[in-house]
Design a protein around this ligand. Structure first.
Ligand code: CA
Length: 220
């Protein structure tokens, strides 16, 4: 198992590196986000330990850039303070887990092991289907380069479809995933919102499958 440590503070980087190598792991150190990007492109790392506070691009931007380049290596983010904002931003930027400094080395190791077990399958933070893009974190969506103006409910409905492109989703499935228990109990509510959504994303993108439900074309 080979780990990339991204940390500009030499003492901290050295400490983590020595700890990992003592456990028999291989570890390289990048002292900036920019270095981490080319190193992660050049080598197939099993995990990245990424500090948030870096000179140049910070840890959040580094994480986003790795994902943008199609690098899905598990990322454990190190944050300086236990701030909800930092943790949320890190996870939304594509990190898989985080650890607050100062941390116990045993916990860093345990979290790395857990991440590596999960592997590096694609898990994009932004959903893309055809020319549709949707960011669940900022609740924004686009068709091509044009931003869509969606109501909260239209957004949930589109997100539900974009998580299952090309699949026929029943009205019940759509109700269960896009509505909560407070929904108005009207049998045609799904059809009403499908109509709204079609006006915004294009009629042809959402197909009606008679007797079964609706399908977002995978090539939307
Ligand atoms: Ca740092």
């Amino acid at each position: 198992m080979r780990v990339l440590i991204v940390e500009d503070e030499l003492r901290m980087a050295g400490l983590i590196r020595r700890g990992l190598t003592r456990e028999g792991l291989a570890a390289d150190v990048a002292s900036s986000g920019e270095d981490a990007l080319w190193m992660a492109e050049a080598h197939d790392y099993d995990a990245v330990v990424l500090d948030v506070m870096l000179p140049g691009i910070n840890g959040f931007e580094t994480s986003r850039s790795l994902r943008d380049r199609g690098i899905w290596v598990p990322i454990l983010m190190l944050t300086a303070r236990d701030s909800v904002g930092d943790r949320v931003e890190g996870l939304d930027a594509g990190a898989d887990d985080y650890l607050v400094k100062p941390f116990a080395f045993a916990e860093l190791l345990a979290r790395l092991r857990a991440l590596v077990r999960r592997g590096d399958q694609e898990r994009p933070a932004i959903l893309e289907v055809g020319d549709l893009r949707l960011d669940p974190a900022t609740r924004r969506a686009w068709r091509g380069s044009a931003e869509l103006r969606l109501s909260a409910k239209e957004f949930s409905l589109l997100e539900t479809f974009m998580r299952r492109p090309g699949e026929v989703l029943s009205r019940l499935h759509l109700l269960e995933h896009a509505w909560d228990f407070a929904y108005e109990n009207r049998s045609n509510i799904v059809d009403v919102y499908i109509r709204h959504l079609r006006q915004k994303i294009g009629r042809e993108a959402l197909e009606t499958v008679r007797g079964a439900g609706y399908r977002l074309r995978a090539d939307a």
